[in-house]
Design a protein around this ligand. Sequence first.
Ligand SMILES: O=C(O)CCC(=O)C(=O)O
Length: 310
Amino acid sequence: MAFDTRTLLRKPMADPIRMQKSLQRFGIPRSLRDTIVVGTKSVLAPGEEEKRRRKVSEVAPPKSTPIDTFQSDGAAILASDLVPGAQEAAGAMGDLFQQLKGAGRVTKPDGHRKADFLVRLAGDEEVMALKPVCNFVLSDELIGLASHYFGQVPVLSRVDFWWSPPNETKAESQMYHYDGEDKSQLKVILNVVDVDENTGPFTFLTAPASSTIAKTRRHSARLDDEAVESTAGRDAIYRLIGPKGTVGAVDTSRCLHYGSRGNTRERLILMLQFTRFLAPKASFPNWDLKALGMRPEELDETRKMVLNSI
Ligand SMILES: O=C(O)CCC(=O)C(=O)O
């Protein structure tokens, strides 16, 4: 059997973040770094993006949001009753929270790390091994949304279980910003508890409103509220407020956003990140099907692509 060069993409040295860091050490400028990373991926997985584009025609479009509007807005609060498995996934994540609490794993990080307003309690395989969560993540609805949004079947590049304890800070991701893994990406956010104004809701603007404010999409750039609201107006701001099981989908590379601010009550969310296969700054976990309690024959071709399972 011929050697499949895609397996090399699983080696640590081919990890985009590591590649970016090494190239930076050699003083290579940002845009050239991206070109080198994307080029390396393209060479090691020839034709992969084209295959993912062709596959979209076999994937049903989403029902929970009109895809044309979603493509231009880059964000929506989904019709929860049309996202199968959202309630069950939120329930399973709530149970996991109690288990983690019992195991002493719900603690703020020590003083060295700043972000104690947004704490990653668990992620990736530990979370995806929960059947209701896996069913939600790999549902036709979410795969349909992500695939039609990108125009290609994307990769599930992160799964995070975030805890936002009560806090009074306004720093880092608590301020308006863009994410920088690619020019476009999709984060799906599931409220695991009821979220209101006092629960630090995920807060965002649509892509057109965002672009009137800040065209520079540097991840490190943070904008204060005044800069955003004086241009876009308060009506342009959306909050992912709603009962447990409420789902939002936001292209955080195109839409200014923040969250975990002003919590007087703790917030729990499940956050999924979908990226294009050739995203220049996204690492993919090596999704281990065994750890997810799955056999390869249980997965169709589209889901194998989403899990980047060769
Ligand atoms: O705490 C939040 O909801 C914001 C998280 C965030 O900014 C991000 O995931 O990019």
